[in-house]
Design a protein around this ligand. Structure first.
Ligand SMILES: C[S@@+](CC[C@H](N)C(=O)[O-])C[C@H]1O[C@@H](n2cnc3c(N)ncnc32)[C@H](O)[C@@H]1O
Length: 227
Protein backbone atom coordinates (compact mmCIF):
# COMPACT_ATOMS: atom_id res chain seq x y z
CA UNK A 1 0.00 0.00 0.00
CA UNK A 2 1.37 3.42 -0.97
CA UNK A 3 0.63 5.34 2.23
CA UNK A 4 -0.63 8.90 2.02
CA UNK A 5 2.76 9.99 3.44
CA UNK A 6 4.61 8.17 0.62
CA UNK A 7 2.31 9.63 -2.03
CA UNK A 8 2.80 13.06 -0.51
CA UNK A 9 6.60 12.64 -0.60
CA UNK A 10 6.50 11.45 -4.23
CA UNK A 11 4.39 14.46 -5.18
CA UNK A 12 6.50 17.01 -3.30
CA UNK A 13 9.78 15.66 -4.73
CA UNK A 14 8.36 15.63 -8.26
CA UNK A 15 7.00 19.19 -7.98
CA UNK A 16 10.38 20.35 -6.55
CA UNK A 17 12.08 18.88 -9.67
CA UNK A 18 9.75 21.00 -11.79
CA UNK A 19 7.64 18.02 -12.87
CA UNK A 20 4.14 18.50 -11.44
CA UNK A 21 2.51 15.54 -13.17
CA UNK A 22 5.20 12.89 -13.86
CA UNK A 23 4.75 11.28 -10.45
CA UNK A 24 1.25 10.07 -11.23
CA UNK A 25 2.42 7.54 -13.79
CA UNK A 26 5.32 6.53 -11.52
CA UNK A 27 2.82 5.84 -8.74
CA UNK A 28 0.46 3.83 -11.00
CA UNK A 29 3.44 1.77 -12.24
CA UNK A 30 4.81 1.21 -8.74
CA UNK A 31 1.76 -0.73 -7.49
CA UNK A 32 2.12 -3.32 -10.31
CA UNK A 33 -1.59 -3.81 -10.84
CA UNK A 34 -2.60 -3.79 -7.16
CA UNK A 35 -4.65 -0.69 -7.87
CA UNK A 36 -6.29 -0.45 -4.47
CA UNK A 37 -2.84 0.39 -3.08
CA UNK A 38 -3.30 3.87 -4.56
CA UNK A 39 -5.11 6.00 -1.96
CA UNK A 40 -7.75 7.44 -4.33
CA UNK A 41 -8.55 4.18 -6.14
CA UNK A 42 -11.69 2.34 -4.97
CA UNK A 43 -12.54 0.43 -8.17
CA UNK A 44 -16.10 1.76 -7.95
CA UNK A 45 -17.81 4.97 -9.04
CA UNK A 46 -17.45 7.93 -6.70
CA UNK A 47 -20.52 7.81 -4.37
CA UNK A 48 -20.97 11.59 -4.70
CA UNK A 49 -21.19 11.21 -8.48
CA UNK A 50 -23.54 8.22 -8.14
CA UNK A 51 -25.81 10.24 -5.80
CA UNK A 52 -25.85 13.14 -8.22
CA UNK A 53 -26.64 10.90 -11.18
CA UNK A 54 -29.48 9.31 -9.22
CA UNK A 55 -30.99 12.64 -8.16
CA UNK A 56 -30.34 15.04 -11.03
CA UNK A 57 -33.20 15.45 -13.47
CA UNK A 58 -30.88 16.48 -16.32
CA UNK A 59 -29.02 13.16 -16.40
CA UNK A 60 -31.66 10.47 -16.66
CA UNK A 61 -30.95 7.77 -19.24
CA UNK A 62 -33.45 9.42 -21.55
CA UNK A 63 -31.73 12.81 -21.35
CA UNK A 64 -28.11 11.63 -21.37
CA UNK A 65 -28.43 9.53 -24.49
CA UNK A 66 -26.29 10.96 -27.25
CA UNK A 67 -24.83 13.77 -25.15
CA UNK A 68 -21.06 14.13 -25.00
CA UNK A 69 -19.21 13.88 -21.71
CA UNK A 70 -15.56 14.46 -20.77
CA UNK A 71 -14.03 12.91 -17.65
CA UNK A 72 -10.90 14.75 -16.47
CA UNK A 73 -8.17 12.74 -14.67
CA UNK A 74 -10.20 9.54 -15.03
CA UNK A 75 -7.77 7.28 -13.12
CA UNK A 76 -9.04 3.67 -13.38
CA UNK A 77 -12.23 4.56 -15.29
CA UNK A 78 -15.04 3.74 -12.85
CA UNK A 79 -16.67 7.19 -13.04
CA UNK A 80 -16.37 7.23 -16.83
CA UNK A 81 -18.08 3.83 -17.00
CA UNK A 82 -20.90 5.04 -14.72
CA UNK A 83 -21.52 8.01 -17.03
CA UNK A 84 -21.34 5.81 -20.11
CA UNK A 85 -23.80 3.35 -18.56
CA UNK A 86 -26.53 6.00 -18.46
CA UNK A 87 -26.04 6.92 -22.09
CA UNK A 88 -23.41 9.62 -22.33
CA UNK A 89 -20.92 9.40 -25.17
CA UNK A 90 -17.84 9.56 -22.91
CA UNK A 91 -14.26 10.61 -23.57
CA UNK A 92 -12.04 10.07 -20.52
CA UNK A 93 -8.43 11.13 -20.16
CA UNK A 94 -5.58 10.90 -17.73
CA UNK A 95 -1.98 12.06 -17.85
CA UNK A 96 -0.88 8.57 -16.80
CA UNK A 97 -0.49 6.09 -19.65
CA UNK A 98 -0.45 3.26 -17.11
CA UNK A 99 -3.86 4.34 -15.78
CA UNK A 100 -5.30 4.54 -19.30
CA UNK A 101 -3.91 1.08 -20.19
CA UNK A 102 -5.58 -0.21 -17.01
CA UNK A 103 -8.93 1.34 -18.02
CA UNK A 104 -8.75 -0.35 -21.40
CA UNK A 105 -7.93 -3.75 -19.92
CA UNK A 106 -10.46 -3.47 -17.07
CA UNK A 107 -13.27 -2.53 -19.47
CA UNK A 108 -12.43 -4.26 -22.78
CA UNK A 109 -15.95 -3.81 -24.18
CA UNK A 110 -16.33 -0.24 -23.03
CA UNK A 111 -17.92 2.45 -25.20
CA UNK A 112 -15.71 5.03 -23.45
CA UNK A 113 -12.94 6.60 -25.50
CA UNK A 114 -9.98 6.40 -23.08
CA UNK A 115 -7.03 8.56 -23.99
CA UNK A 116 -3.75 9.83 -22.54
CA UNK A 117 -3.77 13.62 -22.32
CA UNK A 118 -2.44 16.37 -20.10
CA UNK A 119 -5.05 18.82 -18.84
CA UNK A 120 -2.42 21.53 -19.09
CA UNK A 121 -1.89 20.86 -22.83
CA UNK A 122 -5.35 20.01 -24.10
CA UNK A 123 -6.16 19.61 -27.76
CA UNK A 124 -8.16 22.46 -29.28
CA UNK A 125 -10.51 19.86 -30.77
CA UNK A 126 -12.12 19.61 -27.32
CA UNK A 127 -12.89 23.33 -27.01
CA UNK A 128 -16.61 23.84 -26.39
CA UNK A 129 -17.32 20.23 -27.31
CA UNK A 130 -18.79 18.55 -24.19
CA UNK A 131 -22.33 18.67 -22.83
CA UNK A 132 -21.13 17.43 -19.44
CA UNK A 133 -17.60 17.72 -18.04
CA UNK A 134 -16.79 15.85 -14.85
CA UNK A 135 -13.74 16.74 -12.78
CA UNK A 136 -13.10 15.08 -9.41
CA UNK A 137 -10.11 15.65 -7.20
CA UNK A 138 -7.72 16.59 -10.00
CA UNK A 139 -7.27 20.31 -9.52
CA UNK A 140 -6.48 19.77 -5.83
CA UNK A 141 -3.44 17.59 -6.65
CA UNK A 142 -1.86 20.27 -8.85
CA UNK A 143 0.36 22.95 -7.28
CA UNK A 144 -1.29 26.36 -6.84
CA UNK A 145 0.68 28.01 -9.68
CA UNK A 146 -0.73 25.53 -12.21
CA UNK A 147 -4.35 25.70 -11.09
CA UNK A 148 -5.39 28.81 -13.06
CA UNK A 149 -4.34 27.09 -16.29
CA UNK A 150 -6.13 23.92 -15.19
CA UNK A 151 -9.33 25.85 -14.42
CA UNK A 152 -9.24 27.56 -17.81
CA UNK A 153 -8.57 24.27 -19.58
CA UNK A 154 -11.48 22.50 -17.89
CA UNK A 155 -13.84 25.43 -18.50
CA UNK A 156 -13.02 25.71 -22.20
CA UNK A 157 -14.19 22.16 -22.88
CA UNK A 158 -17.79 22.92 -21.75
CA UNK A 159 -20.24 23.39 -24.64
CA UNK A 160 -22.83 26.17 -24.86
CA UNK A 161 -25.63 25.17 -22.48
CA UNK A 162 -23.27 22.45 -21.14
CA UNK A 163 -22.61 21.55 -17.52
CA UNK A 164 -19.49 21.08 -15.42
CA UNK A 165 -19.69 18.93 -12.30
CA UNK A 166 -16.79 19.31 -9.86
CA UNK A 167 -15.97 17.34 -6.71
CA UNK A 168 -13.11 18.25 -4.40
CA UNK A 169 -11.86 18.33 -0.85
CA UNK A 170 -13.18 21.42 0.91
CA UNK A 171 -11.74 24.14 3.09
CA UNK A 172 -13.12 27.43 4.34
CA UNK A 173 -11.92 30.76 3.02
CA UNK A 174 -8.91 31.83 5.11
CA UNK A 175 -8.36 28.33 6.47
CA UNK A 176 -4.74 27.21 5.92
CA UNK A 177 -4.21 25.27 2.71
CA UNK A 178 -2.97 22.28 4.71
CA UNK A 179 -1.16 19.31 3.25
CA UNK A 180 -1.36 17.66 -0.16
CA UNK A 181 -3.96 16.85 -1.53
CA UNK A 182 -4.72 20.52 -1.03
CA UNK A 183 -8.41 21.19 -0.25
CA UNK A 184 -10.02 24.03 -2.22
CA UNK A 185 -12.12 26.92 -0.97
CA UNK A 186 -15.44 27.83 -2.58
CA UNK A 187 -13.79 31.01 -3.88
CA UNK A 188 -11.09 28.94 -5.61
CA UNK A 189 -13.74 26.68 -7.10
CA UNK A 190 -15.71 29.62 -8.39
CA UNK A 191 -12.80 30.80 -10.54
CA UNK A 192 -14.65 28.94 -13.28
CA UNK A 193 -16.88 32.01 -13.47
CA UNK A 194 -13.98 33.97 -15.00
CA UNK A 195 -14.32 31.64 -17.98
CA UNK A 196 -18.00 32.13 -18.70
CA UNK A 197 -19.48 29.52 -16.35
CA UNK A 198 -22.11 30.21 -13.71
CA UNK A 199 -22.68 28.31 -10.49
CA UNK A 200 -25.97 26.37 -10.61
CA UNK A 201 -25.70 24.11 -7.55
CA UNK A 202 -23.36 24.05 -4.59
CA UNK A 203 -23.24 21.53 -1.75
CA UNK A 204 -20.86 20.91 1.10
CA UNK A 205 -20.86 17.69 3.10
CA UNK A 206 -18.84 14.80 4.38
CA UNK A 207 -18.04 11.69 2.36
CA UNK A 208 -18.36 8.10 3.62
CA UNK A 209 -14.61 7.67 4.19
CA UNK A 210 -12.97 6.72 7.48
CA UNK A 211 -12.41 9.33 8.78
CA UNK A 212 -14.98 11.29 6.73
CA UNK A 213 -13.55 14.06 4.54
CA UNK A 214 -15.35 17.35 3.95
CA UNK A 215 -16.09 17.83 0.27
CA UNK A 216 -17.71 20.26 -2.15
CA UNK A 217 -19.93 19.23 -5.04
CA UNK A 218 -20.57 22.08 -7.45
CA UNK A 219 -22.40 22.26 -10.75
CA UNK A 220 -21.68 25.01 -13.28
CA UNK A 221 -23.33 25.84 -16.57
CA UNK A 222 -22.31 27.72 -19.69
CA UNK A 223 -25.33 29.84 -20.61
CA UNK A 224 -26.64 29.77 -24.14
CA UNK A 225 -25.59 32.84 -26.11
CA UNK A 226 -29.16 34.09 -26.50
CA UNK A 227 -30.39 33.61 -22.91
C1 LIG B 1 -6.28 12.37 -7.13
S1 LIG B 1 -6.48 11.48 -8.58
C2 LIG B 1 -8.25 11.53 -8.78
C3 LIG B 1 -8.72 10.49 -9.73
C4 LIG B 1 -10.24 10.47 -9.96
N1 LIG B 1 -10.69 11.62 -10.69
C5 LIG B 1 -10.95 10.34 -8.65
O1 LIG B 1 -11.62 11.28 -8.22
O2 LIG B 1 -10.80 9.29 -8.03
C6 LIG B 1 -5.97 12.61 -9.85
C7 LIG B 1 -5.94 11.95 -11.24
O3 LIG B 1 -5.68 12.97 -12.17
C8 LIG B 1 -4.63 12.59 -13.01
N2 LIG B 1 -3.95 13.84 -13.39
C9 LIG B 1 -3.17 14.62 -12.62
N3 LIG B 1 -2.74 15.69 -13.31
C10 LIG B 1 -3.27 15.57 -14.54
C11 LIG B 1 -3.18 16.35 -15.72
N4 LIG B 1 -2.44 17.46 -15.77
N5 LIG B 1 -3.85 15.95 -16.82
C12 LIG B 1 -4.59 14.80 -16.80
N6 LIG B 1 -4.70 14.01 -15.71
C13 LIG B 1 -4.05 14.40 -14.60
C14 LIG B 1 -3.78 11.63 -12.20
O4 LIG B 1 -3.00 10.75 -12.97
C15 LIG B 1 -4.84 10.91 -11.38
O5 LIG B 1 -5.34 9.79 -12.05
Amino acid sequence: MASRAEVRRLAIESVARGDATGWFDALYQSVEGSWKNIPWVHLAPNPLLADWLASSSCVSEQHASGLTCLVVGCALGDDAEALSAIGFDVTAFDVSGTAIDACRSRFPNSRVDYTVADLLKLTRRWTGRFDLVFEANTRQVLPADLRPAAIKAVATTVALDGRLLVLCRARDRGEPQGQFPWPLSREELNQFSAHGLIELEFECGFDRGVPPVRRFRALYGRPCRFE
